[in-house]
Design a protein around this ligand. Structure first.
Ligand code: AMP
Length: 355
């Protein structure tokens, strides 16, 4: 167990790190962040923040020397950066990052453990792309295998006609069949260093333009019926990775059952509702897990919950939300520029309390 006053290192400087740091501070820890130049809004909540490139060995050495344990808030931290840190500092094996950074690898990994992904093919060339479209069919989505997030690095192929105009983008991709689903949902779990696993309730997730817009509880009968199988897969993934902390798996709820989409080896946007809506938030339980503290309860506290992202310029008038009825909970991430399509904050609204 990491004693209070110890220092948690967070790789990445975004809003997830910021909310993790707030939870860490509450539990009496200090936080030092590390990320390249950028709008590192986590720094506001850190007692130290090192701004350096991921491959800056001297800066990483300084970071490691300041930390008692290290975690990440961003799944695209280079594996080489994490591997360069002294192994005893890592709360969670780096393998979780290796698998989750590559869409091909994460789909194969989940499939080996019994998960069902959309039909897919690896695409390394223009010929592969044509063959993949022929094999999987249309409509489909071409995605870069690495470095994509929030719908970036994705191209829809709607029809056979469009398939003829699809261009190989020059990096390894995955072409996957378009899944017809009723709802998207996520399974968020926390796994302690002793192997104990706890799940939060699964929200129905609505996306706009490939980016999460809204998470809702209750998620509806179809999702609820598919959660047990989805949880089983998530627990198997966590176990196989020797995972410690919060892990997220995203699914499509289809008439044929849950289709695995992707995993995030970290706290997740679709779990922001847990700050007010669950006995213990995803952020706090992540900190508890990596510090080997007892995990907190994950029970939902309200009959209904809605989390909505605040994107782009909507953030400029977000404080108006506080005047609305129903005690909305506003979170703003302190980002300097309200650029279009950028997650600036979120608001959580809850219904009546559950006994
Ligand atoms: P991803 O980055 O893979 O999470 O994709 C972002 C969003 O695009 C998903 O949450 C879905 O809304 C949509 N999407 C991605 N892949 C598929 C698919 N194979 N079929 C249908 N919708 C998809």
């Amino acid at each position: 167990m990491l004693p209070p006053g110890s220092t948690i290192g967070i790789l990445g400087g975004g809003q997830l790190g910021r909310m993790m740091a707030v939870a860490a501070l509450q539990l009496g820890y200090r936080v030092v962040g590390f990320a390249p130049e950028g709008d590192n809004v986590a720094a506001d909540a850190c007692s130290g923040f090192i701004t350096a490139e991921w491959d800056d060995a001297a800066a990483l050495g300084q970071f490691a020397a300041a930390c008692d344990v290290v975690t990440w808030e961003f799944e695209n931290v280079p594996v080489s950066t994490v591997a360069a840190l002294p192994e005893p500092l890592l709360a969670c094996p780096v393998r979780a990052l290796e698998v989750a950074q590559d869409r091909l690898r994460e789909k194969a990994f989940a499939a080996e453990l019994g998960g069902v992904p959309a039909p897919y093919r690896a695409v390394e060339s223009a010929e592969d792309l044509a063959a993949a479209i022929a094999a999987v069919g249309t409509p489909g989505i071409l995605k870069t295998a690495r470095d994509g997030y929030d719908g970036k690095g994705q191209w829809r192929v709607r029809s056979v006609v469009e398939a003829g105009t699809a261009v190989f983008p020059g990096v390894t991709c995955i072409y996957e069949g378009f899944v017809t689903y009723e709802t998207e949902f996520s399974v968020i779990l926390v796994r302690g260093a002793d192997g104990e696993v706890r799940f939060w309730d699964s929200t129905a997730n609505l996306h706009e333009g490939g980016m999460l817009a809204q998470s809702i509880l209750p998620a509806g009968a179809l999702v609820e019926a598919q959660v047990p199988a989805a949880r089983e897969l998530a627990a198997r993934v966590a176990e196989a990775l020797g995972y410690v902390g919060v892990l997220t798996l995203e699914f499509f709820a289809t008439r044929e059952g849950p289709v695995f989409n992707e995993m995030a080896p970290r706290v997740h946007n679709s779990g922001h509702w847990t700050i007010e809506g669950a006995a213990t938030s995803q952020f706090e339980n992540h900190i508890r897990a990596i510090c080997e503290l007892p995990l907190g309860g994950t029970k939902t506290r309200f009959a209904s919950i809605e989390m909505r992202n605040i994107v782009g310029e909507d953030a400029l008038k977000a404080h108006m939300i506080l005047a609305e009825p129903g005690e909305p909970h506003l979170h703003l991430y302190g980002k300097a520029e309200a650029r279009e399509g950028r997650k600036m904050g979120h608001v959580t609204r809850v219904g009546h309390a559950l006994k």
